[in-house]
Ligand binder design. Structure first.
Ligand code: PLP
Length: 379
């Protein structure tokens, strides 16, 4: 049984874990607790909360729920995905080396190369889809994204964790694209999971948030210290919005995946499309690994069209339902040009994105409308 006592099913925990009816009123929705400070009956004697940066009841509900979904003992919520990443990276010491997948979110690259490298953290990019990609002799942390943003490459989490642990390194998996509904990295041997909760967890393009999960007690203690000491915490209303989003994560992901399958198959057969990347396509190089470690293949699709960058820039302005915008993972479909938008900060680096690539976040609209929209834009 989970902490909530409502059973073990994923969707049950999404709705109930950490979210018992409010004992004071019986309210079935977790209250948004706005208090910044909490009464003490004597010095240091209180009901578990002192000051809202250190802990807040709405945040506790969110952290408990998301930890349960990630099969984690510890969960920590942050003000953004990058604040969550920052907390993890602060555990490194000057001279430590991070291996970062060579296809990763541009903001992760920017954080590591522009903030942590000047502070003495060494890093290098590696093709983590290749089990024999060269790593330096001493590695403290391997930072995996899978499926990757924006190319949707698939990294074998269990094999990477085995290799990293043999080298004495910790493995962090950014699980933003897959979500715990489709993939649970801690069960596959990863040490830490990180999320941009802004995406599928929130699910409605109306909240920025981040999350970290681990089963390692001492790492969790360090993260909890950093969360309080640095203070990159989410507000209670943001926690409520992510909690509200997570209740429908399972049903949303099912539809994201089936709509993405229809989109990927249509694009793969389209004469103007050169290459489609969606891990569910049998010819995707990571298809077998994705089948092994994911319950389904996700709602993100990327593709290139004939005509290179100029054609890509034209297509992204021609859709009507797919809105040209950054971000992903919400109910509405989005289209973007990673090289000039989400991954512009990686220009000129090893993580630079092919300028002819287009990325889709396939939403929950009627699938025929989505297919028509793309066909018209490609015509
Ligand atoms: C895979 C991935 N990780 C992390 C982040 C950063 O999250 P946030 O924008 O919530 O700070 C993003 C944002 O797009 C992302 O796509």
């Amino acid at each position: 049984m989970t902490e909530s006592g409502h059973g073990d099913g994923f969707e049950t925990r999404a709705i109930h874990a950490g979210q018992e009816p409010d004992p004071a009123t019986g309210a079935v929705v977790t209250p948004i607790s706005l208090a910044t400070t909490f009464a003490q009956t004597g010095v240091g004697e209180h009901l578990g909360y002192e000051y809202a940066r250190s802990g807040n009841p709405t945040r506790t509900a969110l952290e408990t729920c998301l930890a349960s979904l990630e099969s984690a003992r510890h969960g920590l919520a942050f003000a953004s995905g990058l604040a969550a990443e920052d907390c993890i990276l602060r555990s490194l010491r000057s001279g430590d080396h991070v291996v970062l997948g060579n296809d990763a979110y541009g903001g992760t690259y920017r954080l590591i190369s522009k903030v942590f490298e000047p502070a003495g953290i060494a890093w290098s990019a590696a093709d983590l889809t290749d089990p024999s990609s060269p790593w330096p002799d001493e590695v403290a942390m391997v930072w995996v994204e899978t499926p990757t943003n924006p190319k949707l490459n698939v990294v074998d989490i269990a094999a990477t964790a085995q290799r990293a642990h043999a080298a004495g390194a910790k493995v962090v998996v950014d699980n933003t694209f897959a979500t715990p509904y489709l993939q649970r990295p801690l069960e596959l041997g990863a040490d830490v999971v990180v999320h941009s909760a802004t995406k599928y967890l929130g699910g409605h393009s109306d909240v920025v948030g981040g999350f970290v999960a681990t089963n390692d007690d001492s790492m969790a203690e360090g993260y909890r210290f950093t969360q309080n000491a640095v203070g990159g915490v989410p507000g209670p209303f943001d926690c409520y919005l992510v909690l509200r989003g997570v209740k429908t994560l399972g049903v949303r992901m099912d539809r994201h995946c089936s709509n993405a399958r229809a989109v990927a198959e249509m694009l793969a057969a389209h004469p103007r499309v050169e290459q489609v990347s969606w891990p569910g396509l049998p010819d995707h190089p990571g298809h077998e690994i994705a089948r092994k470690q994911m319950a389904d293949f996700g709602g993100m699709v990327s593709f290139t069209v004939e005509g290179g960058e100029a054609a890509a820039l034209e297509v992204v302005t021609k859709t009507r339902l797919f809105t040209l915008a950054e971000s992903l993972g919400a109910v509405e479909s989005l289209i973007e040009h990673p090289a000039r938008m989400t991954h512009a900060s990686a220009a000129g680096s090893q993580l630079e994105v092919d300028p002819s690539l287009i990325r889709l976040s396939v939403g929950l609209e009627s699938v025929d409308d989505l297919l028509d929209d793309l066909r018209v834009a490609l015509a």
